[in-house]
Design a protein around this ligand. Structure first.
Ligand SMILES: NC(=O)c1ccc[n+]([C@@H]2O[C@H](COP(=O)([O-])OP(=O)(O)OC[C@H]3O[C@@H](n4cnc5c(N)ncnc54)[C@H](OP(=O)(O)O)[C@@H]3O)[C@@H](O)[C@H]2O)c1
Length: 228
């Protein structure tokens, strides 16, 4: 049975990914930030017949990541997918405060890749996949303006992800940057184009294909390769 660790799974796309991989027969550990937001995932775990279990981590807190690594012990995953992220302020470089900018970049860029680094030994060498949830808005080539701060945070994440891939090349990991589509979640809003199940199904297909093909890249939920 393949196994996955999905980081940021209390709601939205992360929760959808836990459900989708479990449906495909994977054993899945889903993380929540705190017990206060664990309710829905706890229900999913309870109904999963042991396929889904819960863990806790705050991606902005390196000590919390190290504690998770210690609790995981010798566990080796086929997939570690860091999904957690925030939309951040709807402002621009002229109006954003230093504190807002810092919080956004720590949550969307530094936190995810630092956690991937902390957990790198928990991914199966040669066959494992590390995936970071980014956005097509993080594409520098595709930047047509708007949503400037979020775009920049995801562009920074994409750069960190490529550096992570280069640093761990000798381990034979497959490293993916994933765009989930515009999805109806708390972040995507009610008018978004697709539902969580459609996004999660597509993303799981992309991961399973990458497991077989061993190709790094920046892909959307439909498997389309996106420009960096
Ligand atoms: N929805 C879209 O249309 C869309 C489009 C492109 C990219 N994305 C990306 O897809 C990912 C998921 O988005 P979503 O729409 O599902 O968002 P969401 O509904 O707002 O859910 C965000 C998830 O991230 C978790 N999270 C946030 N900060 C965290 C932290 N510091 N530590 C641990 N967990 C944290 C949240 O946990 P809590 O419940 O504890 O807050 C929640 O589980 C994000 O990276 C987002 O940027 C989304």
């Amino acid at each position: 049975m393949p196994n996955a660790l999905i980081i940021g799974a209390s709601r939205g796309i992360g929760r959808g990914l836990v459900e989708e991989f479990a449906k495909r027969g994977w054993s899945v550990v889903g993380t929540v930030r705190s017990d206060a937001s664990a309710g829905d995932l706890k229900m999913l775990a309870k109904d999963s017949g042991g396929k889904v279990t819960l863990e806790q981590v705050d991606t902005t807190d390196a000590a919390s990541g190290a504690a998770l690594r210690d609790r995981l012990g010798d566990a080796q995953f086929d997939l570690i997918l860091v999904n957690a992220g925030v939309g951040g302020p709807q402002s621009n470089p002229r109006t954003v405060t230093d504190a807002e900018f810092s919080a956004l970049f720590i949550t969307n860029a530094l936190g995810p890749v630092r956690l991937a680094e902390i957990l790198a030994k928990s991914v199966k060498p040669q066959t494992g996949v590390v995936a970071l949830m980014t956005s097509q808005l993080g594409s520098i080539g595709g930047n047509t303006g708007g949503t400037e701060l979020y775009r920049a945070s995801k562009a920074a994440l994409n750069s960190f992800t490529r550096s992570f891939a280069a640093r761990h090349k000798d381990k034979g990991l497959t490293v993916l940057s994933l765009h989930p589509g515009w999805v109806r979640t708390d972040m995507g809003g009610p008018n978004a184009a697709i539902d969580v199940a459609t996004s999660a199904r597509g993303l799981a297909d992309v991961v399973e294909r990458a497991q077989a093909d061993r190709g790094d890249g920046f892909f959307d939920y439909a498997g389309k390769e996106l420009p960096w």
